[in-house]
Design a protein around this ligand. Structure first.
Ligand SMILES: Nc1ncnc2c1ncn2[C@@H]1O[C@H](COP(=O)(O)OP(=O)(O)OP(=O)(O)O)[C@@H](O)[C@H]1O
Ligand SMILES: [Mg+2]
Length: 306
């Protein structure tokens, strides 16, 4: 079993308007709501790839029943600690004329130390025998930047981490099995531009010196690079029809974890991650991946030693 943690889940509401006009009334043509948050997205993709997964998190008591019902309908096992406040809504406005997306995200309810401790206990009690723990996304208001490090130290199981800035750097000494920054996130924590694969590799090795065991750097349409002390693998981006790149990083993480869980092989993990990432850009906004796209793309992934 793999557990994906979702500390700040959201209702991802996507609405379409003919043409988004700031300061005017914009009439909605279509609307859909999906359960979101990066941890939840990873859990949904893993479930779609046939991997036993559960989603554990903290959620505002106002809306949590609906949130859990939606996850249940998708077949994803879950357990949420209810906290005061409301599950946040992240609004994505798709303007049909230029296909641009405007995002308006709520912060989510604050989590105090007492409730965070209760969540740590929930994870410790439930995840003892798990194969892997996935920690992804920004932290809710009230949580310190060491929160993921505290979660990782609870249990001696490999952890996958996708977060940014100080929350990322403060987590490295807890030795995550894998961290997944994108290029900009890696540049932010290293403090310099990284225009070449050689520089990306050097920067990834700095995260390894600071405690990470493997670093998967995602490069958008240019693909991804996996770095560990024994070498580096690069996979060029797949040429696909791009509908929306929202959630591509979550799909890459889920595909990689699925591949590693099933084969224990880094090359295979990268291959499945790349296919899942590319499959996710072929779908609209919050729809994550279609299995048939993923399966078709698997054979097209190229992997090079660099
Ligand atoms: N335009 C694209 N064409 C093909 N594949 C893409 C494209 N954009 C992203 N991908 C795939 O998805 C992976 C993750 O993308 P990206 O680097 O954009 O992640 P991210 O910035 O973490 O995304 P997010 O956090 O918004 O989900 C890439 O490594 C690549 O495999
Ligand atoms: Mg990302």
């Amino acid at each position: 079993m793999i557990s994906a943690l979702s500390l700040n889940p959201s209702f991802d509401k996507t609405v379409e308007v003919d043409s988004m006009r700031i300061g005017h009334l914009n009439r909605v043509k279509s609307s859909r709501t999906d359960p979101g948050g990066k941890g939840t997205n990873v859990a949904i993709v893993l479930h779609r790839l046939g991997i036993p997964v559960r989603c554990l998190g903290l959620a505002g008591e106002d809306g949590v029943d609906q949130y859990e019902r939606m996850l249940g309908e998708l077949g994803v096992p879950h357990g949420f600690l209810h906290i005061p406040g409301a599950v946040r809504t992240n609004l994505k406005v798709v303007s049909l004329d230029g296909q641009e997306v405007t995002e308006i995200n709520e912060p989510g309810p604050a989590v105090d130390e007492k409730r965070l401790k209760a969540f740590l206990k929930l994870v410790k009690d439930n995840c003892r025998g798990d194969e892997m723990l996935i920690l992804t996304g920004s932290l809710p208001p009230g949580c310190g930047t060491d929160t993921y490090a505290r979660l990782m130290r609870l249990l001696p199981i490999p952890c996958v981490l996708d977060t940014t800035r100080k929350t990322l750097t403060d987590s490295l000494e807890a030795s995550p099995f894998l961290v997944k920054p994108n290029r900009v996130e890696l540049e932010e924590v290293i403090g310099r531009r990284l225009p070449t694969l050689a520089e990306i590799r050097r920067a990834a090795l700095q995260l390894i010196d600071a405690g990470a065991r493997n670093v998967l750097v995602s490069l958008g349409g240019e693909g991804a690079m996996l770095v560990n002390p024994s070498g580096a693998l690069y996979s060029p981006g797949l040429k696909v029809k791009v509908s929306s790149t929202v959630g591509a990083g979550d799909a890459l993480t889920a595909g990689f974890v699925a591949g590693f869980a099933q084969t224990g092989d880094f090359r295979e993990a990268l291959r499945r991650g790349m296919a899942a990432g590319a499959a996710s850009v072929m779908t609209d906004g919050t729809q994550l991946i279609r299995l048939e796209d993923y399966e078709t793309l698997l054979d097209r992934v190229e992997i090079q030693e660099v």
